[in-house]
Design a protein around this ligand. Structure first.
Ligand code: ADP
Ligand code: MG
Length: 631
């Protein structure tokens, strides 16, 4: 019974294909069984037909038919030598029958069967709520062929990158792609959590699973199915289904212990009181489905909810780790700041023109995906400085780049990277304390600096406050120089800062925190953050982050909004709280119930009532995690 409900709770992504048969017919048979058992109980209660003095004929027959699912599973468990609730329940029912309490046995059976149906329905509803996600991915798309005059509907699977598809007003976007023509607003809440529809025109990025509003759009396909942002959410929910969170294993074990505990208490009760009825009550009162089925439901519900809030959690255990996180480490560039810096000033040593310096830097950064590099290239272009492809390109994460162009080396990077090579920095003017100096030179000299400033994300300060309110310590790690780092940390209210760190130092710092017993979430975006993301208990990548960062991370934000991360932490904590309530509640109900039953204060019927309704209450408690977030 537990396993079945649990399996239901876990197979959220196959709502149309339950493991056996048609769900409705099974439900109807189960309902008929409950009705039959209830009728039989009434017949036994009113002594309708009692041909034998020794036992109730209707009682025995009805129990055999009605309790069949329970007995069958108990027998299977017995063969597997596993102690389960079905087995203990069978013992109790047979004992009740043996002492002539056929009525009691039938009513308990009806109760248990009815509760099972209710639990199935509850879990199935929860499952549907998560499985809902899948429905937001259209199966067909309208393909535009340049030759054909008519557009044809094709299976999304048959599309490939570079195809053109049309999206009607009000339709779901079928793929990730770029708008070629048209103008519209698109509701992206499902992907980014952003409630304001985003304006889309030529060149805008659109995402599968989002809802086109008034305009028609023609888009060029970039990614389909599993490769889309939305596909990644589905992957996350699926992998969460497959891997069990440690807390789920704990819940299973607890459920197992409770059965043993109840049986032990029953043996003790019988040994001391010789009261069969009290002993039966002791066995019947203890229920554990509440934790066993409620826990995966809460975990999956939370992952589904986090996905809607804009964070893909790659498994239950990361959700669990997030719920216990006490330290959050942030990268600076691209994480706490936008990562869209702008050039403030260019300073060159005497004898070198600013244009020449900028030209060198732009050549060096031509292939760079680092925000600073992109800023320099953009600035150079906007000043009409042509960039050329270098012959060799070497990116040194956290330090800078070195290229060879027309046989000449160009080095662009941090103060540290030049200091590491024993070069001294020239005295250059700085436009302010909040700018990062990117030095430009070659293997022997520093020829100047480009000063770049990046804006802090508007939601960063508020996010830190929320983390602090949860008692979480915040730390910022950056490869940038101390004054800039300190300025950013102060602006957003981060507790501690470590500056001028190389990527390996970042990960060593995180590893030290983890080793000291902290549960650390590391939030980053860059290639230079990847080792630290792996070293952390939970690695979190920004949506705009590099592929390496997103691969290394356990949680990927779909947008770049830090408050989505904070929300995910809150969701994880809520799930944990619900699971803990269920665990504590189950232990309390079972312990008190067993105590009352042992002292003869709970008759078997009342015991069954307590068992069934407490379980149901805890499963319902878990479904609170499923309520979709409406914003
Ligand atoms: P953060 O830790 O803040 O994300 P990084 O570790 O990526 O920053 O970079 C640290 C420093 O190294 C930067 O402040 C910059 O001075 C230098 N740097 C890194 N990559 C580049 C690059 N592509 N071009 C120039 N400088 C770079
Ligand atoms: Mg970064």
């Amino acid at each position: 019974m537990i396993e079945e409900i649990e399996r239901d709770a876990r197979s959220v992504l196959t709502p149309d294909a339950p493991p056996e048969g048609e769900p409705h017919r099974i439900d109807r048979i189960e309902l008929a069984r409950v009705g039959f058992v209830a009728l039989a109980a009434a017949a036994v209660g009113f002594r309708v037909w009692e041909p034998f003095a020794a036992f109730s004929a209707i009682g025995v027959a009805a129990l055999a038919i009605g309790g069949y699912p329970i007995f069958k599973e108990a027998f299977e468990n017995l063969l597997e030598r596993r102690m389960t609730m079905e087995l203990s329940m069978t013992i109790a029912l047979l004992a009740a029958l043996a002492i002539g309490q056929a009525f009691t046995a039938l009513v308990i059976t009806a109760f248990v069967l009815a509760a099972e149906i209710l639990e199935h329905v509850t879990v199935a509803r929860g499952r549907a709520a998560i499985g809902d996600l899948l429905r937001y991915l259209p199966r067909t798309a309208r393909l535009r062929r340049d030759a054909a005059v008519v557009d044809v509907d094709v299976d999304v699977e048959r599309l490939s990158a570079g195809d053109f598809v049309l999206v009607d007003p009000g339709a779901l976007v079928p793929v990730d792609g770029v708008v070629i023509s048209g103008h519209s607003f698109v509701d992206e809440a499902r992907i980014t959590g952003e409630s304001m529809p985003a304006e889309k025109s030529a060149q805008s990025q659109v995402y599968a699973g989002t809802i086109n509003q008034r305009g028609a759009l023609e888009i060029r396909v970039e990614r389909i199915g599993r490769e889309t942002s939305f596909g990644r959410i589905i992957d996350a929910v699926e992998s969460a289904e497959k891997s069990r969170a440690p807390i789920e294993r704990l819940a299973d074990r607890l459920a197992g212990y409770l059965v043993y505990f109840a049986l032990g208490a029953a043996v003790l009760t019988f040994a001391i009181t010789r009261n069969v009825v009290a002993t039966i009550s002791v066995i019947i009162v203890a229920g554990a489905c509440g934790v066993a089925a409620g826990t995966p439901l809460a975990v999956l519900g939370a992952i589904g909810r986090a996905a809607r809030a804009g964070a893909v959690v790659k498994g239950g255990r990361y959700l669990e780790a997030l719920s216990a996180t006490d330290t959050v480490v942030f990268d600076k560039t691209g994480t706490v700041t936008f990562g869209e810096p702008t050039v403030r000033s260019v300073e060159a040593v005497p004898g070198v023109s600013k244009e020449a310096l900028l030209g060198m830097a732009a050549v060096a950064e031509a292939r760079s995906e680092h925000p600073l590099g992109r800023a320099i290239v953009a600035f150079a272009r906007s000043h009409g400085i042509a960039t050329a492809e270098p012959e060799t390109f070497e990116y040194r994460p956290g330090r800078g780049v070195r290229v060879v162009s027309r046989g000449v080396a160009i080095v662009v990077g941090s103060e540290t990277s030049f200091a590491e090579r024993g070069l001294t920095l020239p005295a250059l003017a700085r436009p302010g304390d909040d700018v990062t100096a990117v030095y430009v030179g070659d293997d022997a000299r520093v020829l100047g600096a480009i000063h770049v400033a990046d804006a802090v994300r508007p939601e960063a300060a508020r996010s830190m406050t929320r983390l602090h309110q949860m008692g979480i310590r915040t730390i910022m790690l950056t490869g940038d120089v101390r004054p800039v780092a300190a300025g950013v940390a102060r602006a957003v209210g981060i507790d501690e800062v470590e500056a001028e760190l190389l990527p390996e130092q970042k990960s060593a710092y995180v590893a030290r925190l983890v080793a000291s017993g902290k549960i650390v979430a590391m939030v980053g975006d860059g290639v230079n953050d990847a080792p630290a993301l792996v070293a952390a208990t939970v690695g979190v990548a920004m949506g705009s982050g590099t592929d390496v960062a997103r691969e290394s991370a356990d949680v990927v934000l779909l947008g770049n909004d830090l408050s989505r991360f904070v929300e995910t932490v809150e969701i994880a904590r809520r799930a944990r709280a619900i699971i803990m309530q269920n665990v504590a509640g189950t232990i309390a109900v079972d312990a008190i119930g067993i105590g009352l039953a042992a002292f003869g204060l709970l008759n078997p019927l009342l015991a069954a009532f307590v068992h069934v309704f407490s379980e149901l209450a805890f499963i319902l408690n878990s479904t609170r995690m499923l309520a979709p977030t409406r914003r």
